[in-house]
Design a protein around this ligand. Structure first.
Ligand SMILES: [Ca+2]
Length: 153
């Protein structure tokens, strides 16, 4: 009886240790990405930040994370600043300013954006749609800042 109790305690200790380790590992694997958007002319409305982690989903509706940021709440001087927490890894961002406040990026009849849009690394479209490879960056354990300048169309 004595031995059994001791082994139960031992198992519990191991379980608790395992849980503690897992939590520690999970904490370490989250990185902090600050996004600073400049060049917005209006201090009203929202910007939308879409986070992608692969070339195959780039600029599609399949995002890792999609965040609506109220400009008036996120304004710091001339910058709109927001913080994202993501598992460590490689990402690319697209940001658009929802000028008409309908929650969507408006495009024209050939699919070109009609609202201001910008990408991480300030990647631009050259001969066709902007490339994931130009916008991708690595989020490691150290917090990073992506400074994105918005061009009003
Ligand atoms: Ca819109």
């Amino acid at each position: 009886m004595k031995i059994r109790l001791r082994s139960v305690v031992r198992v519990l200790q191991i379980l608790l240790l395992a849980i503690a380790c897992q939590t520690a590992v999970a904490d370490e694997l989250i990185g902090i990405l600050t996004v600073e958007v400049s060049g917005l002319k209006d201090a009203t409305g929202n910007v939308y930040i879409a986070v992608y982690d692969s070339d195959s989903t780039w600029l599609s509706d399949t995002t890792v994370l999609s965040k609506k940021v109220a400009i008036s709440e996120a304004l710091d001087g001339e910058l709109v600043r927001t913080e994202l927490q993501l598992p460590l890894g490689e990402y690319a961002l697209s940001v658009f300013y929802d000028k008409d406040n309908d929650g969507e990026l408006d495009t024209n009849f050939v699919g070109m954006p009609k609202e201001p849009i910008a990408l991480s690394n300030n990647a631009v479209a050259k001969f066709g749609p902007p490339k994931y490879a130009d916008a991708v960056f690595t989020l490691g354990a150290e917090p990073i800042i992506q400074r994105i300048s918005m061009k009003e169309l």
